[in-house]
Ligand binder design. Sequence first.
Ligand code: XMP
Length: 503
Amino acid sequence: SILILDFGSQYTQLIARRVRELNIYCEIHPYNKIPELDENLKGVILSGSPSSVHEPEAPIPNLEGILGKYPVLGICFGAQFLAQHHGGSVVRSEIREYGRANLSSVTQNELTKGLVDGEQVWMSHGDSIKELPDGFSVIAKTKDIPVAAYCKGNIYGLQFHPEVYHTTNGATILRNFCVDICGAQQDYTAASFAEETIDKLKKEVGNEKVILGLSGGVDSSVAAVLLHKAIGENLHCIFVDNGLLRKNEFEEVLEAYKGMGLNVRGVNASQQFYDALKGIKDPEQKRKNIGKVFIDVFDAEAKKVEGATFLAQGTIYPDVIESVSVNGPSATIKSHHNVGGLPDFMKLKIVEPLRLLFKDEVRRVGKTLGISDKIIGRHPFPGPGLAIRILGDITPEKVAMLQEADAIYINGLKEAGLYDQVWQAGAILLPVQSVGVMGDERTYENCVALRAVTSTDGMTADWCHLPYEFLGEISNKIINRVKGINRVVYDISSKPPATIEWE
Ligand code: XMP
């Protein structure tokens, strides 16, 4: 495996993704929390950082057990640190170099094999390396900096970012390092992950009982199937209908889960959620009330599983990394001072089979497990569901109206072959009435907004340029078929500054 030490760069996760795309297993750890190094470790990558090596607070690692023992690749700050640590000099550049640059004077060696002069790379740095330590050689420059890449023995440094797509041959460089220089095996695949994880879960859980909350989403579904393969009937799944799901979703997803052989209990708690939402208009208050009812309902169900000792969660890698990153290597994930007041299910031991996977990897693992595309390819859907797509207060009637409009929209996307091109889509019921005319009659009814975005992670998103003809058809269908709606609009805002949801 490859160890990636994180110095706080916005690109650290990208490094891991690129390495895993080479089918090489890697893990990210904070620079100051180096894990125990075992015989599986083949090499180490040092990430970039928002800090400068000159700052008193600069993140300085202790690489005693690493330098000289493993090949090391420093990227940006990582390269500057390695150069300075060995006696070179790093200076503040006059201008911050940001964006595309082209390599020159590329010297062919193990790292640069396959690169040529003129090669496009992505730069993002304030400091640069002015002089290399004795014995180090420059292996590439650009017109603005004398050291774009260097090496000495099995120490390598890159001023640019090979993990960013704009570095055209970044994948080649990472392959050269991980495979040729480190000798890492390219045997990490979704299938091998699934197999190993099932074995590990068997050992970790043994004959004990596990409770898992299914949501209908990809993560909890894949976590459930992995556990089911490992421990069979000892996995007890709970799927709560909060009355805020899409039309027929509860019944359909429950059936799909049962078809997969999962031991799942469906709980219809809609009324409890509606009661808790009565008259509530504030989005955050809606979220809080929904969260509280969910805990009550889940706790009551979990107690029915006698002797359960584990709670399974569909946590994935981005959540894990966020909680241990450089800014908070000591951040507590959960505080236990409050154990007496926690719901009973939270006192269980936690098992998280997906905690080392990125979303796209979760999907691939799901595929190798034979989970249907219907579940794996589903758009993300927020936990509070339609409650945050009904602006203003929630009533069961409004939910039913929105469910109809949303179903026409989503089914339309599927029929038109557009569903998979969209990252997330949904209809939003606005607290607005407007005048219309139907037959000879004046109407004064509700308005629905349609939203569709493209995105890779939900952090940023662009509104989707759906065909006008498609939007026209959907608008007609909604207005003709859904009683109470006489106007449809399309949301053309991107995130930022808008968000994906309206609340
Ligand atoms: P925003 O609206 O912040 O949404 O651009 C980004 C992604 O997060 C989802 N989302 C939520 N998911 N509970 C959830 O489980 C929530 O309260 C929540 N709010 C937003 C949203 O659907 C999108 O995928």
